[in-house]
Design a protein around this ligand. Sequence first.
Ligand code: GTP
Ligand code: MG
Ligand code: ZN
Length: 335
Amino acid sequence: MRRYGKNPDEDDVRVRPNRKGNRPRTNIRPKHEDASEGLVLTVDRGRLTVLIDDRTITAMKARELGRKSAVVGDRVAVVGDLSGAKDTLARIVRVEPRTSTLRRTADDDDPYERVVVANADQLAIVTALADPEPRPRLIDRCLVAAYDAGLDPLLVLTKSDLAPADTLLASYGALGVPYLVTNRDELADGSAADRVRERLAGRMTAFVGHSGVGKTTLVNALVPERRRATGHVNAHTGRGRHTTTSALALPLPGDTGWVIDTPGVRSFGLHHVDPARVVLAFPDLVPGTEGCPRACSHDEPDCALDEWVAEGHADPARLYSLRRLLATRERREGD
Ligand SMILES: Nc1nc2c(ncn2[C@@H]2O[C@H](COP(=O)(O)OP(=O)(O)OP(=O)(O)O)[C@@H](O)[C@H]2O)c(=O)[nH]1
Ligand SMILES: [Mg+2]
Ligand SMILES: [Zn+2]
């Protein structure tokens, strides 16, 4: 099941032991009406950097938030010392309801969900065409996670100076996912950043992908005044070095949107994903699901889509793409 944020009213009810047993009591503390609204830019060992107006302050979760966490992209209410002066620490008293929650699990069998980012509306799936080798399975998994969370995917293929993009693009054609291809020369002359920026305008975009694919390199090209460290890909293993260790939201110059650089992932587990939501990313197929059995995964023998597509209502390549995405959950990353 998909878990949305709790009813905010529940947060005001706390359980305290007393002699008559545990009984919920209403919290009569003031509701922090004077709190300031901010945006979480990064989280580092329990310390959150929050942007309030044009100041960044350091804050930590107030105890009353309990296990509820605030992640990059969250809108939060903050009280306390908001001056941003050195060694001050404000308190986050509320996390506002999210417009989206991008989650992943360590693998498909692991129910423990981590929230990658909150409130993003676009997911840039960054894949190098070589060095490290592209792994379409991870792309498929990120696509499923994006569709499940209601984010628009954008495929960013980097390092086309090292290998061509055609084979990879051919296999994603039927999905209709927008894509961009970048390379070293275009990074140097600024044209890569210009093309990527067009796609980011007015949106909050999270960059995800394996370590070493060039996420931070791209983000640096987009926001040059906030240069972050980039790493080299190990020549022997072909792997990145996990240079970026925490997610960071950065405003695009001229207030034209936000990019969130994230640490490289080894896998993108989909334990939390509901297959019934994945089909929603295929609006041309949705009418064909009317004849499906209850709670159809759309990847089972009784699924009505096969017959419906065979009758000519939609392109069979689209059904094939949907099935490939649905099947990615059952398969191991390395398959
Ligand atoms: N040849 C080539 N190299 C690139 C390109 N883009 C990035 N690189 C190189 O790829 C390496 C890794 O880049 P990073 O930006 O650190 O990769 P990352 O995805 O942020 O990696 P993590 O932070 O570890 O997740 C660096 O040596 C970059 O210079 C490209 O278009 N062509
Ligand atoms: Mg990085
Ligand atoms: Zn079905």
